[in-house]
Design a protein around this ligand. Structure first.
Ligand code: FMN
Length: 205
């Protein structure tokens, strides 16, 4: 697949087969992550790859297991029927999509500023750069025929994962990434149509 094909093919995959991923392939995908641009040239990202189910259960100890479509009704920020449908697909799978993955990759970024109270946009660079690496990883996984999903840790989820994984306090988990071979009947969410022409501006807004 060429790059454009990979980008078009990349989707959030929340349903997997039980096929494992060879270590060399995971390493190749992680190598792609490290080709991402970094603001300070350090590429100071770490990745913890969890393939052991018992460890994973502990790492995901804070992720809600029994969410249903009803929980989506309580999300008052949803403003569009397609968006609502997408949440109805994704929300009930938040725990299973990680537990059923062949591996869960946990990126770590070093907190170089108080990103919850940034003084300026530059304070958020450490956050921005780790997300560049995550997108690279996701595209590389797609090119290798695997699928990924993301979960942003909420509430105590990060603290629980940190306790199990034992990484130092100066690191933060931007997301959990489930990776595996997409199931034949994997459900991808509908996307809200956009008109690119209305959103791309030449010389003037
Ligand atoms: C910053 C960010 C946070 C996301 N958080 C979650 C999440 O917590 N749980 C989830 O299932 N998907 C999450 N997603 C995936 C989106 O739901 C998904 O990218 C979107 O629906 C578009 O679908 P696609 O990835 O298949 O193109 C997140 C994506 C991004 C970029």
């Amino acid at each position: 697949m060429d790059l454009y094909e990979v980008m078009k093919t990349r989707r959030s995959i929340r349903d997997f087969t039980n096929e494992m991923i060879p270590k060399e392939v995971l390493e190749k995908i992680l190598e792609a992550a490290y080709t991402a641009p970094s603001n300070d040239h350090f590429r100071d990202w770490h990745f913890i790859i969890v393939t052991d189910n018992e460890v994973l259960k502990k790492v995901l100890g804070g992720v809600p297991k029994n969410l249903t479509v009803k929980d989506v009704d309580a999300m008052d920020f949803i403003s569009d029927p397609i968006q609502k449908e997408s949440y109805q697909v994704a929300v009930p799978k938040q725990y299973r999509m990680l537990m059923d993955a062949a591996a869960v990759i946990i990126p770590l970024m070093r907190k170089k500023a108080d990103i919850m109270h940034p003084r300026n946009f530059s304070d958020l660079n450490c956050f921005a750069t780790v997300w560049c690496s995550i997108e690279n990883l996701w595209l590389a996984a797609t090119a290798e025929g695997y699928g990924c999903n993301l979960r942003i840790p909420q509430g105590e989820e990060e603290r629980i994962a940190q306790r199990v994984l034992g990484f130092p306090d100066e690191y933060l988990i931007p997301c959990f990434i489930g990776i595996g071979r997409p199931a034949k009947d994997a459900v991808c969410t509908k996307q809200i149509e956009i008109n690119m022409k209305e959103q791309i501006h030449w010389n003037k807004f």
